[in-house]
Design a protein around this ligand. Structure first.
Ligand SMILES: [Zn+2]
Length: 110
C-alpha cells in the first residue's frame, strides 16, 4: 500500500508514519485506507454469504472512507440482493459515471 504525501506529493510506503521529504504525519491516512479495505472485505464476505443488507452497510462504509470501484460494485450487488432498487440505481449510476471504460457496453439508465 502506498500513498502520495498530501503536502509534497512524494510517494510513501505503508511502513512509514511520516513523509521523509517534508515530515508530514501520514499515519492516519494509512489507517483510513486499511479500515476501508477491512470494510470492503467484510462487505464482500457478507455478500457471498447472501446477506445483502449487511453487505451494503459495510460496502458503503468502505466507500465513505475511500472511493473505489470495488466498494461501489459491492454496494451495487448488495443493494440488488437486498432488493433496494433505489440504492441499486444509485450505485449503478456511480459505476457508470466513474468507472465505465466502455459506456456502450454499460448503458446509462435515466
Ligand atoms: Zn511530504
Amino acid at each position: 500500500m502506498e500513498i502520495r504525501c498530501p503536502a509534497c506529493n512524494k510517494i510513501i510506503v505503508h511502513s512509514e508514519t511520516e513523509c521523509s521529504r517534508c515530515e508530514c504525519y501520514v499515519a492516519p491516512l494509512f489507517q483510513i485506507l486499511r479500515k476501508a479495505a477491512e470494510e470492503l472485505q467484510h462487505g464482500q464476505r457478507l455478500l457471498k454469504s447472501g446477506f445483502g443488507d449487511e453487505a451494503q452497510v459495510h460496502a458503503e462504509l468502505s466507500w465513505n472512507l475511500r472511493r473505489s470501484k470495488e466498494s461501489a460494485r459491492c454496494a451495487f450487488f448488495a443493494s440488488l440482493l437486498g432488493k433496494k432498487y433505489e440504492a441499486t440505481s444509485y450505485w449503478y449510476k456511480i459505476l457508470h459515471e466513474r468507472y465505465s471504460e466502455n459506456k456502450k457496453s454499460f448503458p446509462a439508465i435515466e
